[in-house]
Design a protein around this ligand. Structure first.
Ligand code: G4P
Length: 526
């Protein structure tokens, strides 16, 4: 197969949802269709249950499972599909944000009864920022849920994206009879079955009287009305609008019952984008270029603290990656080759000889060679952009609790920050180190890992902060003035960039009002 064909047939995406909406179940059903697994129940949820928050060893154990299921590749109808897994627990939202930088599209799972939940809203913000195409799967139609039209309105309002139903349910809960697949003009009848594919009947015209023999007169009439309403309210599905991230097609189904999943997958391969061009600082890199380039979007630490080895996950942006070929590690300006790159097929991690743009390869790293955001190329000096850090929401001072181990602590903090576990800010006023996270759990993770992997002890001291945001200005005088006035609230991030630490929303608003020439950024990608 030519390089072009290989790349053109790749579809790399992530499934995102609020915990419990059905992400794991849907992933599993997709793998079943791809023949990558043969029984339901094979995909372990990497969901971190609420009860586990006080026992994060348990969490790490569960996270361990997610190394194997971080990327799941399978073949389906001539396509090579790569599903990138995202952690369910909101405390690991940063991981998810970064994973979204390595995909070309996204499937959002929404629970029909719960509608749009908090985590979905936040993740959608990231998709919007990057214009990532999204398909929405409304799950759990076998249960009583919200009215489908209300749900569609809620999706539009809460996710701030136009929607277009491509299937529509016939009843829900105990009376759920199936969906009319608008995309393929087929009636899909529902029989609860967790393993097998359900019956599909061609119905290009819902006015055909035969329809009522399948779903009865009353439901036929209602379906016709519903479809008419859809036709009237929503514009025709426009694939270009989907690809530019301005409209999201919606499917209804039940992942647990394997219903609507096949339709979703079939539509997905028809409309979802192949690997897309990616912006480097120097230029736009086209995936079909002959030469290899890629970037590290995730680093997974080994669970075994005695071997501080990691896996760096590299998204291939262009060309072909080959085993034992020399590539340039741009930050270190060093040529390196990799003898044991792994690819991820279904549940298995295996050494591969080659991988193509769109694929993810895992590179074992024993010596802290990689940081998140590092670029590898065939030789060209490229720096990929687009690995944003988001304003953290929780802050603590980190203090050394064992003065004999200062070096170990410094090294541990530096490496954990490179791995993207949390963000480090140095307060410019008192020189103290502040760790910012998106969840309480990371503080426990950091403390534990510093002790067990680096032999260093730390202590946390509370600090009352509302937000840390990156600041910049074209107006040097005003910037200096701001820095003088707000000296106590200034910090540098680990790359030396200026950060404003606001201790309340009010202070932040005041600063924004008083200093109009200063830009306040809530993620590091500006
Ligand atoms: P997540 O990864 O998004 O967190 O969700 P997950 O797939 O683990 O699903 C959460 C729960 O919802 C699971 O039940 C799962 O069986 C159930 N579920 C998923 N899809 C459907 C569906 O279409 N209909 C119905 N009725 N339920 C669905 P659980 O009891 O938490 O776990 P389990 O014991 O069944 O594994």
């Amino acid at each position: 197969m030519s390089l072009d064909t290989e790349i053109q047939r790749r579809r790399t995406f992530a499934i995102i949802s609020h915990p419990d909406a059905g992400k794991t179940t849907l992933t599993e059903k997709l793998l079943l269709f791809g023949g990558a697994i043969h029984v339901a129940g094979a995909v372990k949820s990497n969901k971190i249950r609420k009860t586990a928050t006080s026992d994060w060893m348990e969490i790490e154990k569960q996270r361990g499972i997610s190394v194997a299921s971080s990327v799941m590749g399978f073949e389906y109808k001539d396509f090579k599909i790569n599903i990138l897994d995202t952690p369910g627990h909101q405390d690991f939202a940063e991981d998810t944000f970064r994973t979204l930088t390595a995909v070309d599209s996204v499937i959002i799972v929404v629970d029909a009864a719960k509608g749009v939940e908090m985590q979905t809203r936040r993740l959608m913000e990231v998709c919007r920022m990057r214009n990532t195409p999204v398909i929405i799967f409304v799950n759990k139609m076998d249960r009583e849920g919200k009215d489908p039209f209300d749900l569609l309105d809620e999706l539009e309002n809460e996710l701030k994206i136009a929607v277009r139903p491509l299937s529509f349910p016939i009843n829900a809960g105990a009376k759920f009879k199936g969906v009319y697949n608008i995309f393929e003009k087929k009636l899909d009848l529902y029989t609860p079955d967790k393993q097998h594919i359900t019956e599909k009947i061609e119905f290009s015209d819902v006015k055909n009287p035969a329809l009522s023999t399948y779903i009865g007169n009353e439901d036929t009439a209602k379906l016709c009305d519903d479809l008419e309403l859809i036709q009237g309210v929503y514009s025709e599905f426009d694939i270009d609008k989907y690809l530019s991230g301005s409209v999201a097609p919606v499917f209804f189904g039940s992942a647990l019952n394997n219903f609507g999943v096949n339709e979703l997958l079939d539509c997905f391969i028809k409309i979802a984008p192949p690997p897309q061009p990616i912006a480097a600082q120097e230029r736009i890199v086209n995936p079909f270029e002959e030469t290899f380039s890629g970037f590290v979007f995730k680093i997974h630490a080994n669970m075994d603290p005695n071997h501080r080895s990691c896996i760096a996950f590299v998204k291939i942006c262009s060309g072909k990656f080959e085993r034992n070929v020399n590539y340039k590690h741009i930050r270190l300006s060093k040529m390196m080759k990799f003898s044991a790159p792994t690819a991820f097929m279904a549940q298995k991690k295996e050494t591969v000889d080659e991988a193509f743009a769109g694929d993810i390869v895992g590179l074992p790293d024993n010596g802290g060679t990689f940081k998140i955001g590092d670029t590898l190329t065939s030789g060209e000096d490229l720096h990929f952009k687009g690995l944003p850090s988001f304003s953290p929401e929780m802050f603590k001072y980190i203090e050394n609790a064992d003065p004999m181990k200062t070096k170990q602590l410094e090294k541990g903090i530096a490496q954990l920050m490179d791995e993207g576990v949390a963000q480090l800010f140095i307060n410019q006023y008192n020189n103290r180190k502040i760790i910012g996270t998106v969840g309480q759990l990371q503080f426990e993770v950091i403390q534990y890992r510093l002790e067990h992997e680096y032999g260093a002890l730390c202590r946390w001291e509370s600090i009352s902060l509302y937000k840390a945001c990156w600041i910049e200005s074209d107006n040097a005088t005003e910037f200096e003035n701001f820095k003088r006035r707000k000296a106590q609230y200034l910090a540098k991030d680990k790359d030396g960039r200026d950060v404003f630490l606001a201790d309340s929303q009010y202070i932040l608003q005041m600063a924004q009002n008083d200093f109009k020439n200063i830009k306040f950024h809530f993620n590091s990608e500006f």
